[in-house]
Every structure is written in C-alpha cells, then in structure tokens.
Design a protein around this ligand. Structure first.
Ligand SMILES: Nc1ncnc2c1ncn2[C@@H]1O[C@H](COP(=O)(O)OP(=O)(O)OP(=O)(O)O)[C@@H](O)[C@H]1O
Length: 255
C-alpha cells in the first residue's frame, strides 16, 4: 500500500540567534497515518524540531515541504505545558473554539455547527464540566486537556504533541493514549515524550533526536538508542517495562 507523504524534511540545520546549532542535517519523511514518537535527551533538539515543522523557526539551511491543499487547519499543536497566570481572563470554551479559526473573534456569536463540535470534543476529553471555568483556575492536567481539545477541534491532518504527559494523572494518561490511537486512524501524530515505558505501545515508529536524527521504523526501543542518544535511562527503570521493548541492537535477528 502506498502511503502519501504529508511532510518532507530535507537536510535541515537549525538553531538560534547566537548561531548555536540545535539540529544538524536532519532528514525525515512523514506519511499519512504515521504515529511517530520523538525521543532524546534534554536539550537534544526535540522542541526545536517541532518549531521547524510548525514554521515557527526558520532553519539555517535545508528545506521542508508540506503536502496539503489546506493550509489553515493542516497542523494541530499541543505545546509543552506552561502554567498560565491565574488572572488570565478567558474561559475554557473560548480557548477551545479559538482552535477553529485564527481569524474569528472570540466575541463573535458561534455557529450551531461550531457549538456541536465544541460539545462533542469536550465530551470526548471529559471536560464538559469545565466549559465556563476561567482557564487560570484550572489544574495542570485540566489545562492540558483543554489545550488538547483546542488542538484537535479543527480536525487537522497532523497533530503534534510536545510532552503531553507532564501533568496528566495516570487515569487520563491511558485515556489520552486511547484517544490518540483513535485519532490516528484519520490523523498523522507526532509525539514528543520522555515516557519511554509507555510510548512504544502506542507509536508506530521512533525518531531519536540528539542534534542529529535517527529514524527507526519500528516502535521498539533498543539499548542502542539509549546508549547512542543518551535517552533518559532512568525512565526505563521506573515501573513495569514491557519486556519486548528492551532489545539489543540487531536483537531481532541474532538473539
Ligand atoms: N530560544 C532559544 N534561544 C537559544 N537557544 C535555545 C532556545 N531554545 C532552545 N535552545 C537551545 O537549543 C537546544 C535544543 O533545545 P530544545 O528545547 O529543542 O531541546 P529539547 O530536546 O526539546 O529539550 P527538553 O527535553 O529539555 O524539552 C538546547 O541546547 C537549548 O538550550
């Protein structure tokens, strides 16, 4: 079966003002219905890669191609979590609705169709009871759900999540992954995570990012990836780790 490409990253080198290079000669092709887990050490360049994909950071060199007719709702993005000032005067439903159009004023009356989308998404993510709460009054996990709802309400072709597990509780964590699996039927998902114990069960492939990018077309995390890319080893030691994800390099064939 031939899958269509949605994004092609060719030989990208990127970094910041001081000419500090965060990513060097990165190549990655992303296809429809991919579910890519991005792992790597702190400061390895994961968020920088997302910024390049989102068009928020112009690379020093290289090229990124997008394959889509529709620009506006091509990518939904759940950013890395930041606490919000508790006086921030916006309520939950307006935050979620702002994911439908960047141009629409939050004071404009919402259409019936948009309202239906809002109700449906809040039910799916189990935040209906938060609908009229000021976002500054929410807990970290609640806020993260609200931003997830905002990222997917427009039904984007690609969903990008940066560390979505930081604040959610264990119970919502499995709901979140089940939801992502469901969304993945119609959406490409790119997920940055340190949660090495969990992501192999959900993602279809893994990209290790530590200034360079190494793509692994399976969801197994091998010792090799951990050694070469200094991925956070301690996470593997926490809790029950499915045996199948710990393989030696070439373990599939030789062991
Ligand atoms: N705005 C910035 N200005 C200058 N340097 C930056 C900026 N943002 C990130 N960096 C640097 O770029 C490198 C890559 O950072 P990045 O945030 O992409 O890493 P990361 O893999 O997402 O890390 P973490 O897992 O800690 O979130 C780091 O050395 C970081 O200090």
């Amino acid at each position: 079966m031939n899958k269509s490409k949605v994004i092609d990253i060719n030989n990208i080198t990127a970094g910041y003002d001081n000419h500090k290079i965060a990513l060097k000669n990165i190549n990655l092709s992303i296809y429809e219905n991919d579910f890519i887990g991005i792992i790597g050490p702190n400061g390895g360049g994961k968020t920088t890669l997302l910024k390049v994909i989102l068009g928020l950071l112009k690379p020093f060199s290289g090229e990124i191609k997008y394959y889509s007719d529709e620009k506006e709702h091509f990518i939904g993005y759940l950013p890395q979590f930041k606490l919000i000032d508790e006086k921030f005067p916006i309520i939950v439903k307006d935050v979620i609705l702002s994911g439908l159009s960047s141009k629409k004023s939050i004071f404009k009356a919402i259409s019936k169709e948009d309202n239906n989308k809002l109700e449906k998404i809040m039910e799916e993510i189990k935040i209906t009871d938060l609908k009229n709460r000021a976002i500054g009054s929410l807990s970290g996990g609640q806020l993260q759900r609200v931003f997830l709802a905002r990222a997917i309400i427009s039904n984007p072709k690609i969903l990008i999540l940066d560390e979505p597990n930081t604040f959610v509780d264990k119970k919502f964590s499995s709901t979140l992954y089940d939801l992502l699996r469901e969304l993945n039927k119609n959406m490409t998902i790119i997920l940055v995570s340190h949660d090495l114990g969990t992501i192999p069960q959900y993602v279809k492939s893994i990209a290790c990012v530590n200034q360079t990018l190494h793509y692994h077309p399976t969801s197994e995390i091998t010792e090799d990836m951990i050694d070469a890319y200094a991925c956070p080893l301690e996470v593997l030691a926490h809790g029950p780790v499915p045996h199948r994800i710990i393989l030696k390099h070439g373990g599939n064939k030789d062991d």
